[in-house]
Design a protein. Sequence first.
Length: 81
Amino acid sequence: MTIPLRAAWNVPRTRRANRAIAEIRIHVSRHMKMTDDEDLWIDEAVNHAIWSRGMQHPPRKIRVVCTREEGFPIEVKLLEA
């Protein structure tokens, strides 16, 4: 899934990468129809991709793969092309 991170650019520039991670959580929980008892796990590679150009310049969008398995948290991993 491609996650637009445009909302991260509407906050102060010192909060952009933090907001981008929050937008990933919001987008995945909405589109995967996450319930209250489910957890969300974001891979370290996604975090590195967001922070690769620093806090002030996160990417405008990011492509990830989301998987759900019984008894495990929803996993968000970077799409490897």
